[in-house]
Design a protein around this ligand. Structure first.
Ligand SMILES: Cc1cc2nc3c(=O)[nH]c(=O)nc-3n(C[C@H](O)[C@H](O)[C@H](O)COP(=O)(O)OP(=O)(O)OC[C@H]3O[C@@H](n4cnc5c(N)ncnc54)[C@H](O)[C@@H]3O)c2cc1C
Length: 471
């Protein structure tokens, strides 16, 4: 059967596009680079998406108007967003709950603990994997041809017009099967390039070698590179991304959310030289965790160590790997490979600078340092009570922002002109909305909104496609 709409990717953006294109009557083929057991890219690691709504609904605890959402986005991006596409994303986020529910996705109340998102974010019952399974099931029911272990390796584009793609089935094996797939429209939904260390090096230099990739190893940016080479317009810069501090023992790829460490506000963080480098108590952790990946990436050897004493042990989500533990600061330093005298001096200086206060981790309390650089502005308590604990931190990259510039129809721009039949959705175009910074849950929102638009528009583009698409 001929393919009307070819979609590269297998995550949320690709499946939303596939479902909408299929519902509009198109013959849709989805090629997912990962094998079936690993399908779903970074989507399978997710927990929630951020949705605008006028009132609580029994699960979402209260209203979250578009204007408030916009204010939040402008704050975290420092205005580095395309205002038209940003507003479109946030307005259409209000449709996501009903849309996903209609595809079989179910929601649950926000998990307690780390991030206070009960009002703003819809949590997927069973997490991202279960959400993804529902979308796959629906796509299959609608007749979408889902091919696993198949990647796009080349794209034939003429003056911004898609003619065909080359796909490789079984590309991880010894005898990949190549196919030229002509189609009337193409949707690029193949994620960012966060798993491509060489490409990350262009923005981060050799530091990139020490990054952990929190999600799928399959998001290597092949489709993005091919499209840029074919003249597609670029959005964003190569070093902009979402990155958090993860446990240094996290695997190179696919560690997911459990490797994140949430104890930074309760201790101090030192670098390889035993020196502090940022205010650990600047803000509540949900508002700051996403800056710590970049902070650690800027340190020598891209390493940090968070040091706490016995007091906050029950105040943060338990870590997946146990901490290093010692009865003395010097003993702890030896265990994590730091100079004991240097760590002792840093801890002593910190302890001496802590002003007496009333510790309360639920508010911006008055436990702060005085005369210390950098300061710790909240939750600063002397590190005095053994056992002392330490976790080694590495930058954990979640996803990259540089991608394809699109218009409000999700059409990819070539020299400023929208393509008649090439569309993009998800991480590969997230940089249109996220020039920098991050708002928890907006990654899935961008993918769902633009996936739906891309799929619907791609199906509509069939009517405009040139006669006699190359075969
Ligand atoms: C640990 C973690 C937790 C996260 N938690 C959240 C959260 O709770 N909420 C939120 O909003 N966001 C979260 N994100 C971000 C979120 O995962 C992404 O924004 C979202 O999944 C993007 O969807 P996507 O479909 O664009 O990309 P993906 O889901 O990554 O899908 C891209 C797909 O493209 C495939 N692919 C790559 N190259 C090719 C090729 N050449 N040919 C064919 N297929 C190809 C990949 O195999 C993959 O399946 C999280 C990310 C991580 C890593």
């Amino acid at each position: 059967m001929s393919v009307d709409v070819l979609i590269a990717g297998g995550g949320n953006a690709a499946l939303c596009a596939a479902i909408c294109a299929a519902r509009a009557g198109a013959h849709v083929r989805v090629v997912e680079a990962a094998p079936k057991a690993m399908r779903g890219g970074n989507t399978r690691h997710t927990r929630n998406c951020r949705v605008a709504h006028d009132a609580g609904n029994g699960i979402l605890t209260g209203p979250y108007p578009v204007d408030e959402y916009m204010d939040d986005l402008l704050r975290v991006t420092d205005g580095n967003t395309d205002p038209e596409l940003a507003r479109l994303t946030l307005e259409r986020s209000a449709e996501i709950w009903d849309f996903l529910e209609a595809q079989g996705v179910r929601f649950q109340p926000s998990l307690g603990g780390t991030l206070s998102l009960g009002r703003t974010n819809a949590f997927f019952l069973g997490g991202g994997r279960s959400m993804l399974n529902a979308l796959c099931r629906m796509a299959e029911d609608l007749g979408v041809d889902l091919r696993y272990g198949t990647r796009v390796t080349g794209i034939e584009i003429e003056d911004g017009f898609f003619l065909s793609a080359t796909t490789e089935a079984g590309w991880e094996g010894h005898a990949p099967v190549r196919e030229r797939v002509p189609a009337r429209a193409f949707v690029a939904a193949s994620g960012g390039f966060e798993a491509n260390i060489d490409w990350l090096r262009e923005g981060w230099g050799d530091a990139a070698a020490n990054f952990r990739i929190r999600g799928t190893p399959y998001n290597t940016g092949g489709v993005l590179r091919t499209m840029l080479d074919a003249g597609a317009d670029r959005v964003g810069t190569v070093d902009q991304c979402h990155a958090v501090a993860v446990d240094g023992r996290a695997p190179q790829f696919d560690g997911g959310i459990v490797t994140r460490l949430d104890c930074v506000p309760f201790g101090i963080v030192v670098n390889r030289d035993g020196t502090r480098f940022h205010d650990e108590g600047e803000e509540f952790w949900p508002k700051r965790y996403a800056i710590w990946g970049r902070l650690v990436a800027a340190q020598p050897d891209q390493v940090g160590h968070v040091v706490i004493d016995a007091k906050p042990a029950d105040l943060f989500m338990p870590s997946v790997f146990p901490p290093e533990v010692a009865d003395t600061i010097e003993g702890l330093a030896r265990k994590i490979g730091l100079d004991p005298a240097a760590l002792r001096a840093t801890v002593d200086a910190f302890n001496a600078a802590c002003l007496p206060g009333r510790f309360d981790h639920t508010i911006h309390d008055d436990c702060r340092t005085e005369g210390l650089s950098p300061p710790k502005t909240h939750w600063a308590r002397p590190i005095t009570d053994p056992p002392f604990r330490a976790y080694t931190l590495r930058p954990g990259i979640t996803f990259t922002y540089m991608g394809l510039r699109v218009n409000r129809d999700a059409r990819v721009l070539f020299g400023g002109a929208p393509s008649p039949n090439i569309f993009a959705a998800g991480e590969i175009m997230a940089g249109n909305v996220l020039g920098q910074g991050y708002l928890a849950g907006i990654g899935m929102t961008i993918g769902t909104v633009f996936g739906r638009i891309a799929g619907t528009q791609a199906a509509g583009a069939l009517r405009n496609a040139r006669d006699g698409v190359a075969s």
